[in-house]
Design a protein around this ligand. Structure first.
Ligand code: MN
Length: 391
């Protein structure tokens, strides 16, 4: 027996088994599972051609019983003796966007984030809007510009407020937002609702997500309909989808909530003890704790379907910027630098927002069984200079 090698302490052991899509040189993309520093070729390892596809879409659509059965089969292969041709070194493959993103909604679930932004943007006023504790606020994002980790991000151009009216040019306040994204597997029909108690029948897993944000474009455009071009140019996600089944040990209660309308009440805890890390040009600048997030993913899904919206396999909804109470627990630069007024030292330089050539890497871990850790891969992106103003 020669099980797949897993380095001691690796957060990609048999308790995790995240799914992705990879290609070996000269081969078509197909579904794989990360084990240690290797990728298990699922079609080859399981003898199942349904995984010889460039997307997790088929697996997502097959539903919760099939997810459990697949996980059981993968674990048996990992514990056993997979054929050598089904195990590839991670550094020898290319990772792709793991599923075709359907509808994409981004929420605003962290009370710490929403409060700090309220103080920065509306000083002297009540920081939280009056609806904030009654519903998870969100907006529809652009699914077609969700890109996989490692994809470069070009600095957007757009309108921003100037002294004598709007000016057009490259964003001067390009920011990151460290978030978790939730991947819908089993959809729900138009005119139906997904109750909080049915969350794990519908949601397959979790990705890391960076909601790149051009604060100057956003500030000028967002009243009254919310973010548009300030966030539509790119949203990065990790290449690995950590199944909800790997996060059983990470489940925790959300922070205490005010009384909710009945459709948002939860019978079981759906907070998650995931610790994110924000690395900017090689230096860790923040550790946002997802467990501090006010609204849970079960409440996000219940809210986004309560008016009867359908969901489909591959829909994505994200938490909004994850921030904790500490100054080094904030998941965006607008918070970490107090809107640019308090620069932070990054790799020996005082910095506020992102400059061309900067690289941001999000990572995260969560508790697994028997003291193990669950890793989420990484969500990496480098900023390219803006396109020239004239075509
Ligand atoms: Mn966001």
């Amino acid at each position: 027996m020669t099980p797949v090698p897993v380095p001691a302490g690796s957060p990609y052991g048999r308790d995790n088994l995240p799914y992705g899509v990879f290609s070996a040189p000269g081969r078509e993309p197909r579904v794989g599972v990360r084990v240690g520093d290797s990728v298990l070729d699922l079609a080859a390892a399981l003898g199942d051609d349904r995984f010889a596809q460039p997307s997790l879409g088929g697996l997502l659509a097959r539903g919760r019983a099939a997810w459990a059965e697949t996980r059981r089969r993968v674990r048996a292969v990992v514990d056993g003796d997979p054929p050598a041709y089904a195990v590839l070194p991670l550094d020898a493959v290319r990772l792709h966007l793991p599923f075709a993103v359907g509808d994409y909604v981004d929420f605003y679930c962290s009370e710490h984030h929403a409060t700090i932004l309220g103080r920065i943007l509306r000083p002297g006023q009540e920081p939280l809007p009056p609806n904030w504790k009654h519903l998870p606020v969100g907006y529809h994002g652009r699914s077609g510009t969700v890109v996989v980790s490692g994809t470069d991000v070009r600095r957007p151009c757009g309108q921003r407020r100037g002294d004598d009216g709007p000016v057009f040019g490259p964003s001067t306040r390009l920011d990151l937002e460290a978030e978790l994204g939730f991947v819908v597997g089993t959809g729900s029909p138009l005119g139906s609702r997904v109750r909080t108690g049915d969350f794990d029948d519908h949601v397959f897993g979790v990705v890391l997500l960076n909601d790149w944000s051009a604060r100057d474009i956003q500030a000028w455009e967002y009243v009254p309909l919310g973010p548009h071009l300030g966030k539509s140019f790119a949203t990065s996600v990790s290449a690995w989808v950590v199944p909800m089944a790997a996060l059983a040990e990470a489940r925790v209660p959300t922070p205490p909530q005010d009384e909710q309308l009945p459709y948002l009440a939860m019978d079981e805890p759906w907070g998650l003890d995931v610790e994110l890390r924000v690395v900017w040009n090689g230096e860790e600048v923040s550790r946002p704790p997802y467990r501090e997030t006010y609204w849970s993913p079960a409440q996000m899904l219940a809210h986004l379907t309560v008016a009867g919206a359908s969901t489909r396999p591959g829909d994505l909804f994200a938490s909004g910027t994850v921030s904790g109470p500490g100054t080094r627990e904030r998941g965006s630069l607008i918070e970490l630098t107090w809107d640019g007024a308090q620069p932070v030292q990054v790799a020996g330089e005082w910095r506020t927002f992102l400059e061309d050539g900067d690289e941001v890497v999000l990572t995260a871990t969560a508790p697994g069984p028997r003291g193990s850790r669950i890793g989420f891969g990484e969500c990496r992106g480098r900023i390219l200079p803006a396109l020239p103003l004239e075509p």
